[in-house]
Design a binder for this molecule. Structure first.
Ligand code: NAG
Length: 233
């Protein structure tokens, strides 16, 4: 609860008290140029590898993760999840096991466990691939592990032999409620979602027209590898 309160506060301030100019700045800084293919319709999303992605996740970055630009390590632990399924809690647990101190006010779990899919925006949301590749920067004081966050469906750069993945699954009805509030809160990312009704959002979720696409496809992609010794589902 304390953790939830700690993260909810800055987020709510952003949602409620931010002047329109700052909302525009946040929107601008988290959206790609015209070279990025978009997912049609509402909310505003990119189309990356055939999947709807958050506007700050671009095709270039996913290419970099998969084409050898990103340097994986045998000391990587990926926290892989569909959005709103317990990512932040799990990152926090992994950060503590890795020996990092509790977060100070204004810090986020990304401070110790970055999200490599993000190519737009500012730290701690966004880091360059060079910064992510700088293993020493992320290495935990206990055990020497690097924690990485992902909302991507199964992909080899996270889960082939020699890496470790924790995948968290959550009841889709709870995901629906949480994702609805998330979409309204971060309306400057999704655009045109500040006043979406729950019913309208539920239809978007059912159709897979939300970040990272269809919930069931996402779970199924990771379920297929759940018995691998390096995957904790
Ligand atoms: C990897 O992808 C990035 C982004 O599309 C591209 O700029 C880079 O040249 C690619 N590198 C290789 C080795 O293919």
């Amino acid at each position: 609860m304390l953790l939830a309160a700690k993260f909810a506060l800055p987020v709510m301030i952003v949602a409620i008290a931010v002047p329109p100019a700052l909302v525009s700045l946040l929107a601008w800084s988290t959206h790609p140029g015209p070279e990025q293919e978009r997912w049609p319709g509402r909310p505003q999303l990119n189309k990356v590898s055939g999947v709807p992605a958050t506007p700050f996740i671009t095709s270039d970055r996913i290419d970099q993760l998969q084409n050898g630009t990103f340097k994986p390590s045998s000391k990587d632990i990926w926290v892989a999840t569909y959005p709103k399924t317990g990512t932040t809690w799990t990152q926090t647990i992994v950060n503590h096991i890795n020996g990092f101190p509790p977060l100070e006010r204004g810090q986020y779990p990304f401070t110790y466990c970055p999200w490599p899919e993000v190519s737009l925006g500012l730290p701690p949301l966004r880091y360059s691939i060079e910064e992510i590749n700088d293993f020493k920067r992320w290495e935990g004081p206990v055990g020497g592990w690097r924690c990485l966050k992902s909302h991507w469906h199964y992909a080899d750069h996270m889960a082939d032999a020699g890496k470790r993945v924790i995948y968290v699954m959550r009841n889709v009805l709870d995901v629906a409620t949480s994702f609805y509030h998330h979409s309204r809160r971060f309306h400057f990312v999704y655009l045109d979602m500040a006043d979406v009704s729950f019913d309208a959002f539920f239809e978007m979720l059912k159709a897979g027209n939300v970040d990272n696409g269809d919930y069931f496809d996402h779970v199924a992609s990771w379920w297929a590898v759940k018995d691998r010794p390096n995957v904790l589902f």
